[in-house]
Design a protein around this ligand. Structure first.
Ligand code: HEM
Length: 477
């Protein structure tokens, strides 16, 4: 795990500081916390940036005083250069309308409907990528595996579309390259001008076109089917095409074609790389802690028969879900919220954040604070089991809090549990020639710096393991 670096000196204009944040944002945040205490203030060019390390202060900014802050425009502009203007990259009335229209697509009954496709994606991918004969084993590039599964899930959920293997590999490569590029651009002192040459521009344009073309093709295929008489469909695209803003007075209050495209791109990006990353670290941690993986398997075998709801059944696997939460505590896919800009002077945690200042909520630091998480680097799923000491509100916030909290939180929670359950019940995980997990690196999301390779060994099924959606399927046949 990353350790704090040497203290920050008051560098001129803060530009070296900007580079230090870029090099290792996690270590830098830890170092600021150590030096400055629970509110650290630094200056880059003419902007004050506050890091808030107390959960209560984070809550004041993101929830109680949310109207006094908005997402900082600069990172939104950088993301917009790939995403366009969607629910992630906009603020104010535009964001509010899009959030209102998209929210029903993530309602509990929609997630229930998605549970089956999540399980199917995991099973199909496992049958192609993982050893199937009892006792057979293979060394697996874990992030490549989890990305294949979660990309399949999101494409099925958005478009009822099952990708070709080569298509998935190319898109996945494009997403990696875009993450690296956007991360670089976030730390440039001046913004890249789209019509002037800048480092990485050609590759960025190629990758953006590849991702947007994949999405555009799915939308066009649906529109063609609809003009031939088909229904809009029950997937997220179908709901977007049919959606109307209930608060609007205009006769056509749906999403425009551009908004549909941009939101599909946003949901595709936000909706698979985050969950893939969380699952990658979870598999690594299970490989490090085989005794806990064995207990998770026992728990899955004992799941109650509940044919009505796959979601309810998998959420009853307390230890499984605690291991996933603990993996996201140690390795939160989003290590910080988007920075927020103060719209006026705002009192936060006994200090005034001046109008125009930026505030950063370092989720990774909150999750590694020994005040709430004793021995913060240790993997202890029992922190999230019933009977564990109560955490301060918002000390654990992998999905953010307040009006911008993750729209896909429930979707991702169910998805990760279903996928994790299917992988761990059939396979044993062991680190290959390593005794520790690779160091983490922030690349928009928190990825392993070196590839995480794990040996998957196919286990014997001592009895028909209970797996929610299969059970439901057997019953309906
Ligand atoms: C483990 C998986 C995930 C994690 C850790 C995660 C984390 C987050 C966080 C921390 C935010 C809030 C950012 C802020 O307030 O600045 C966020 C926002 C968002 N997430 Fe997720 N996310 C995950 C999965 C998903 C999925 C599966 C989807 C959609 C299918 C999704 C869609 C969104 C959207 C649309 C927003 C913007 C919400 C808004 O501003 O109104 N996320 N996510």
């Amino acid at each position: 795990m990353t350790s704090p670096q040497s203290p920050i000196r008051p560098w001129p204009f803060g530009l070296p500081l900007l580079q230090a944040i870029r090099r290792d944002p996690l270590a830098l945040a830890q170092s600021l916390h150590k030096q400055h205490g629970d509110i650290a203030s630094v200056k880059v060019l003419s902007t004050h940036i506050y890091y808030l390390f107390r959960p209560e202060a984070a809550r004041q900014v993101l929830v109680e005083h949310q109207e006094d802050f908005e997402k900082d425009q600069r990172p939104l502009d950088i993301l917009q250069s790939v995403h366009g203007a969607n629910v992630i990259t906009t603020e104010g009335a535009v964001w509010e309308r899009q959030r209102r229209i998209l929210t029903p697509a993530f309602a509990p009954k929609r997630i229930e409907a998605c549970a089956k496709l999540m399980a199917a994606a995991a099973d199909e991918c496992a049958s192609q990528e993982l050893p199937q004969e009892v006792g057979a084993n293979a060394i697996i590039d874990v992030d490549a595996l989890t990305t294949l599964i979660t990309m399949d899930v999101i494409l099925r959920a958005l478009f009822s579309y099952h990708y070709q293997r080569e298509e998935a590999a190319a898109v996945s490569q494009a997403i990696r390259s875009l993450s690296k590029q956007l991360m670089r651009e976030l730390f440039w002192p001046v913004r890249a001008v789209p019509w002037l040459p800048y480092p990485g521009r050609a590759e960025k344009e190629r990758s953006t076109a590849l991702v947007r073309d994949l999405i555009r093709a799915r939308i066009e295929a649906r529109r063609q089917a609809m003009s031939a008489g088909a229904e809009a469909g029950e997937d997220i695209l179908g709901l977007m095409l049919a959606a109307r803003d209930e608060q609007a007075t205009a006769p056509d209050a749906g999403l425009s074609d551009q908004e549909i495209l941009d939101n599909c791109v946003g949901l595709f990006g936000a909706g698979h790389d985050t969950s893939a990353t969380a699952l990658t670290w979870w598999i690594g941690l299970m490989a490090m802690h085989p005794e806990i993986a064995a207990r998770v398997r026992d728990e899955l075998r004992g799941l109650p028969e509940d044919r009505a709801s796959a979601v309810k059944t998998i959420m009853e696997a307390r230890l499984l879900n605690a291991t996933i939460k603990e993996a996201m505590r140690l390795y939160p896919p989003s290590t910080a919220t988007f920075s927020r800009r103060a719209l006026r002077d705002v009192p936060i945690d006994g200090q005034v954040i001046a109008k125009g200042a930026l505030v950063l909520i370092p989720i990774w630091s909150l999750h590694h604070d020994p005040r709430w998480f004793p021995e913060p680097d240790a993997f202890r799923p029992e922190r999230f089991m019933p009977g564990a000491p109560v955490l301060p509100r918002s000390a654990f916030m992998p999905f953010g809090i307040g009006p911008h909290f993750c729209l896909g939180q429930q979707f991702a929670t169910v998805e990760m549990a279903l996928i994790a359950a299917r992988l761990v019940r059939n396979h044993d995980f062991a680190l290959d020639q390593a005794t520790a997990l690779p160091a983490p690196e922030v690349n928009l999301v928190l990825k392993p710096r070196e590839r995480l390779k794990v040996r998957f060994t196919r286990l014997a099924q001592d009895r028909q393991t209970v797996v929610p959606s299969e059970r439901a399927e057997r019953q309906s046949n």
